[in-house]
Design a protein around this ligand. Structure first.
Ligand code: UT7
Length: 331
């Protein structure tokens, strides 16, 4: 299939990770778990945790400012700011508006939060691509920032071992040579909404003493069910974007998948026909940073020289909603 030229590309990425490291050994002292179980069942060795007082806005603004500097842009150049987060600092206003003010972006720049859980970054880059394609702006800043530690139930061993804090950012600009975002695929299935949720704290179940006592305002997950859907959906989405881009799995230089579980990553790579040598993994160091995993991964992969101009990159993610998606991109 002859593919169309790309209209937009990611011109720069950056990341911000808090310094504090929480190891599996630390978690052994908090819940009934073991380093061996966590490594074997998830692949995670340690994760970063933001200290008290460090907010989603702090981390997001840190990544955003670095990404703009790397793109050679000023905050005033940003035409649209999209923040993806499952952990906004406040329900009102959006974290995007807080980051807009913090980095000193113009008041002419619309800013909003997009919530697609762990798939948020790919959703947002697609929105950014559409904005650029429609000629509404030339610089879209996508910031994925998550303070997962603020919604983790630290008494629930099934979930507290999985997540970490951090932020990644990407600048989306018009393509200069027809290369950039080649294809994307996004889906959601609200019939599976209960598999991964925060049951209380929203409009349907406002916080009350009982929900607080039950810790129902924290993450609850049916891990095994999410696991099964994740492999199916990421592999399917990856195959779809490669087909649409008119390329084969053997053409992929690097796959940067959502980092939730090593076994999910390995199965997805196997189903997608991508050898593990071509799969970027930093899960062992950061755990699952929700929507920030892919921009942080892209940034580290570029820094490590694993991707260079012209590299074909396949990204795939899944998360609460359920939501899932993939994107093929020429770097
Ligand atoms: O971005 C999307 C976010 N969601 C995910 O990525 C979740 C995807 N799911 C997973 O990654 C896996 O399902 C988990 C890592 C969450 C769990 O692994 P699993 O192999 O599916 O384990 P399981 O839930 O079936 O539990 C197996 C056993 C259970 O004990 P019994 O009933 O067999 O005696 C659990 O109670 O492991 C036990 N277990 C633990 N043991 C030690 C659960 N969590 C732990 C733990 N330490 N932290």
């Amino acid at each position: 299939m002859k593919r169309r030229d790309a209209v937009a590309r990611i011109s720069a990425t950056a990341r911000f990770l808090p310094d504090h490291v929480l190891t599996n050994a630390d978690l052994e002292k908090m819940v009934d778990t073991s380093d061996a179980w966590i490594r074997e069942r998830t692949g995670i060795v340690e994760r970063r945790i933001a200290p008290d007082g460090m907010t989603t806005t702090d981390m997001g603004a840190g990544a955003a400012s670095r990404a703009l500097a790397k793109a050679g842009l000023e905050p005033a150049d940003v035409d649209l700011l999209i923040v993806t987060t499952a952990t906004p600092d406040r329900w009102l206003p959006s974290t995007a508006c807080e980051i807009q003010a913090r980095i000193g972006a113009s008041r002419n720049c619309p800013a909003f939060d997009l919530h697609a859980a762990c798939t948020g970054f790919l959703y947002a880059v697609s929105m950014a691509e559409g904005y650029v394609a429609a000629g509404r702006g030339e610089v879209v800043l996508v910031v994925s920032a998550e303070k997962m530690s603020s919604i983790i139930d630290w008494q629930d061993r099934a979930t507290c071992i999985l997540f970490g804090d951090g932020a990644g950012a990407a600048v989306v600009q018009p393509s200069e040579n027809g290369e950039g975002i080649l294809s994307s695929f996004h889906r959601s299935d609200g019939d599976m909404a209960d598999l991964l949720e925060r049951p209380a704290g929203g409009a349907s179940r406002p916080l009350d003493p009982e929900s607080l006592r039950n810790r129902d305002h924290m993450i609850r997950m049916s891990g095994r069910e999410v696991f099964k859907s994740a492999v199916r959906s990421m592999a399917g989405a990856g195959t779809a974007v490669l087909r649409e881009a008119g390329v084969d799995s053997s053409d992929v230089d690097l796959m940067v998948p959502h980092q939730a579980n090593m076994r999910i990553i390995e199965s997805t790579a196997r189903y997608s026909g991508i050898p593990m040598e071509k799969v970027f993994v930093n899960l062992q160091r950061y755990g699952n940073i929700s929507s920030a995993t892919i921009p942080v991964g892209l940034d580290e992969a570029a820094e490590e020289g694993l991707i260079e101009p012209g590299s074909l990159i396949l990204m795939a993610a899944f998360g609460a909603g359920l939501t899932w998606g993939a994107m093929a991109m020429r770097w």
